[in-house]
Design a protein around this ligand. Structure first.
Ligand SMILES: NC(=O)c1ccc[n+]([C@@H]2O[C@H](COP(=O)([O-])OP(=O)(O)OC[C@H]3O[C@@H](n4cnc5c(N)ncnc54)[C@H](OP(=O)(O)O)[C@@H]3O)[C@@H](O)[C@H]2O)c1
Length: 334
């Protein structure tokens, strides 16, 4: 039988060889609801989305979304505001970005700029429903079982009625399941559209998922050509957990001088930053570069009128060297 799409025929078993040939075995016995969800995720993950093609304008590209595992639409591209600790600076950067057409902002309680982010969103005049806001609960609050109170603090600072995505910022030992239960409870209040994790590696997810009633929609990790974490990416892809790249530009370090990337950039008449960010989208990873510089905020978004060839994508994939810029999720001490 040919591979089925959509919910019409739910597979109960997959045969490895048949799957490789594009075939699956269909059995029509009823499934427990949790298995059904997992299988729907697997069916969906077979056609794991990437952003390809070009758009008529930067603003149109910035509005392009990807569907998360609960149906919520998340813009592929957004602005990060890490290391912008003054609310007025964050507000200025967010406002510049929104005026250019950005519709996705990534902050965190740790960044101490949720007030500035919320202010810029409210003052932009753009309908709230058109902007996707992520914030994150900090580690101390996870350790102290203060997630609900921390969420209230964040919402007060943001000054918004609801949040699009709330993330556990780092995997805190001994707290994966209990923290996730609180996140699920928060999502059920309706004030958060979706929940996810950040810096979760395979063993962390292996601990969280068996008891989860809601599969995390997103895992935000350090991701760039020098750190591609392929096994984790495959693991998340198979479970329909979308990756978001943090430090996609490796904080403007040596990555931006890489000779392979420089050659591809020259070929397209683009900056290395643009090549890296476009590559994220073409390999199916949401990306949130940070900038407070108006020219670079504009430069980073000009990604939607060119496309990397399959050969160029493969050349960038070949740059992987498991090189971290930030903390290691297995050994961090904060
Ligand atoms: N979940 C987590 O644990 C975690 C950790 C880190 C980051 N994040 C999120 O991911 C976002 C991005 O990561 P990041 O801020 O660490 O690093 P990044 O986006 O890789 O790099 C930001 C740095 O690159 C510079 N830059 C931006 N665009 C540039 C361009 N086109 N050419 C040259 N330099 C450029 C910025 O300076 P200017 O501002 O001066 O332009 C800034 O110094 C953060 O802001 C945050 O939202 C999450």
């Amino acid at each position: 039988m040919k591979r089925q799409r959509g919910p019409h025929a739910l597979p109960t078993t997959f045969s490895g060889n048949a799957l490789k040939r594009g075939y699956i075995k269909i059995e029509l016995s009823p499934l427990p609801s949790f298995d059904r969800t997992r299988l729907l995720c697997m069916v969906h993950a077979m056609s794991y989305p990437t952003l390809t093609g070009t758009f008529p304008s930067v603003a149109a590209g910035l509005k392009a979304t990807t569907k998360l595992n609960n149906g919520l639409l998340m813009p592929w591209f957004g602005l990060g505001v890490f290391q912008v600790p003054v609310d007025a600076d964050a507000a200025r950067a967010v406002r510049t970005a929104l005026d250019l057409g950005y519709r996705h902002i990534d902050t965190a309680a740790l960044y101490h700029n949720e007030r500035g982010v919320g202010q810029a969103v409210r003052e932009s005049g753009i309908p709230r429903s058109e902007i996707f806001i992520t914030t994150k609960v900090w580690n101390d609050d996870i350790r102290a079982d203060r997630i609900e109170a921390a969420f209230e603090d964040s919402m007060t600072k943001l000054g918004l009625d609801y949040l699009d995505l709330y993330l556990l910022h780092w995997p805190i030992k001994g707290k994966h399941q209990s923290a996730w239960r609180t996140m699920e409870k928060l999502q059920r209040t309706g004030r958060i559209k979706t929940i996810g994790v950040s810096n979760y590696m395979i063993p962390h997810l292996d601990e969280l998922l068996p008891k989860a009633e809601i599969v995390p929609a997103v895992n935000q990790i350090e991701f760039h050509p020098y750190l591609q974490s392929k096994p984790l990416h495959d693991y998340c892809r198979a479970r329909d957990i979308r990756l978001t790249a943090w430090s996609p530009l490796m904080q403007a370090g040596p990555l931006l001088r890489d000779p392979v990337l420089t050659a591809i950039a020259k070929e397209h008449g683009r900056s290395v930053a643009q090549i890296v960010l476009r590559w994220d989208l073409q390999v199916g990873v949401i990306t949130i570069p940070k900038s407070v510089n108006p020219a670079r905020i504009a430069e980073n978004a000009a990604l939607f009128d060119f496309e990397l060839s399959a050969t160029e994508v493969a050349a960038i994939v070949a740059l992987d060297r498991n090189q971290r810029n930030g903390a290691d999720p297995f050994t961090f001490t904060f």
